[in-house]
Design a binder for this molecule. Structure first.
Ligand code: PMT
Length: 398
């Protein structure tokens, strides 16, 4: 144990649920301890089938809580642990544990501890692909994300029983970094939804109407938000990578993006995607043939995703983007009309700003007419400044 690590003196509760990946929790405990954290472990009964509590007790130097009663020195181990924790991380988290937490079922020591804490929570799912992709699991994950829970992974790779696919628990090093971010960053326990990339609106199975958005701006914001400990959901059409501690929902069309956004109830929403305003009213099942001559493509409006978020009863702090060419006058008017708290306007006609490049030059517009131009900067820097602004607006100190 070290007293000068990044987690020196910080109190971490490590929850372990029942899966083969339970062995990784021992490595995670060691990593947390080596960063100077104090660690206490709580396991479900099923977890003890995969990893002996004696292992975690020996590593952490404390008895492991495995049931709600019968613990020496404590009549209520789950509330003791919950109050003691500065952060709780459940790794691995099975679909049963995730679902229990999502609906508030405190029937075992682990889920009871999670419900008895006010500390930020992270879960690292581990399960077979079918279970991960099941709508019930995805609903529970969306609920947890909306509650400000950081979802770490899962990754795609080798699974129990020789299977392969998404569902593998993130490596302990990735989980450690997420815990460090949650404790260090000003956005721990804050759920943030980010949209990124350009949507593609199908004409036929091979052709689409699209735009030049690469997703770089939105992904930079997602990366920075995760670094600051936020529980991030990234709804993206881009194929750029995203950090392990970001819950990623891959979409293609405006409708898919709208559906994914509708399933999340965040504290903050940042809409950096370039969403098509119109789509072909007919998506042909078969490829259109040149021999049939130029097709007549009739367009219809797509859902205004930003507007639906602005109209919610539980409305998040809302940041819109505006891609303008030339004068930013329209952006100020847009900030008012779209019902955002802040609008980030960029002049996409400049070669070093907007679509696809690594830099951006933005003007921040408030609905009351105030504007603040920012100088040209890397998108990572613009992302950090946007999150600084959000932290200030939310009253977080930095
Ligand atoms: O992805 P990059 O290559 O890094 O480029 C970054 C970017 C230029 C795409 C980004 O900085 C940006 O400006 N994103 C918004 C682009 C856009 O669609 O602007 P808009 O003025 O058309 O839309 C205004 C706002 O409404 C945006 O927040 C947009 O996400 C949202 N919108 C638009 C249409 C629609 N149907 N639904 C929406 O939610």
């Amino acid at each position: 144990m070290t007293s000068d690590g990044r987690l020196a003196g910080r109190r971490v509760v490590l929850g372990v649920s029942g899966g083969v990946a339970a062995y990784k929790s021992a490595v995670l405990a060691r990593l947390l301890l080596s960063e100077g954290a104090e660690v206490r472990a709580v396991m479900t009964r099923a977890a003890t089938d995969f990893l002996g509590p004696a292992t975690l007790a020996a590593l952490t130097g404390h008895p492991v809580v495995t049931s709600l009663v019968g613990h020496e020195g404590s009549v209520s181990p789950h509330t003791d642990l919950g109050r003691w924790a500065e952060v709780v991380v459940v790794a691995p988290a099975t679909t049963a544990t995730i679902s229990r937490i999502a609906v508030g079922l405190s029937e075992d020591a682990l889920s009871a501890t999670v419900l008895a804490t006010r500390a930020p929570l992270a879960v690292a799912p581990a399960m077979h692909t079918e279970m991960w992709e099941h709508p019930a699991t995805q609903r529970a994950i969306a609920t947890l994300t909306g509650d400000g829970v950081t979802i770490i992974g899962p990754e795609s790779g080798a699974l129990a029983g020789g299977d392969e696919g998404p569902g593998r628990m993130s490596e302990p090093e990735t989980v450690l970094e997420a815990v460090v971010a949650m404790l260090a960053g000003g956005l721990g326990g804050t759920s943030i939804l980010i949209t990124a990339g350009g949507t593609r609106e199908a004409i036929d199975p091979v052709r689409y109407i699209g735009n030049r958005s690469s997703g770089k701006m939105g992904h930079a914001i997602a990366e920075e938000a995760a670094r600051r400990g936020a529980a991030v959901t990234l709804v993206t059409s881009s194929h750029l990578p995203s950090p392990g501690a970001v819950r990623r929902v891959q979409v293609e069309s405006a409708q898919e993006m709208a559906d994914a956004v509708a399933s999340v109830d965040p504290d903050v929403a940042i809409m950096a995607a370039a969403v098509a305003d119109f789509r072909p009213s007919t998506n042909h099942d078969a490829k259109l043939s040149r021999a049939d001559g130029p097709p007549e493509i009739v367009l219809e409006p797509t859902p205004d995703i930003l507007k639906t978020v602005a109209d919610r009863v539980r409305r998040p702090f809302l940041v819109g983007f505006a891609a303008e060419t030339g004068s930013l006058e329209r952006a100020v008017e847009k900030a008012r009309r779209k019902g955002v708290d802040v609008l980030v306007a960029n002049d996409v006609s400049q070669p070093d700003a907007g679509f696809a490049v690594d830099t951006n030059r933005v003007t921040i517009c408030w609905p009351d007419g105030r504007t603040e131009p920012w100088e040209l900067a890397q998108k990572s820097v613009v992302a950090a400044r946007i999150l600084d602004l959000i932290e200030r607006e939310l009253g977080r100190t930095r």
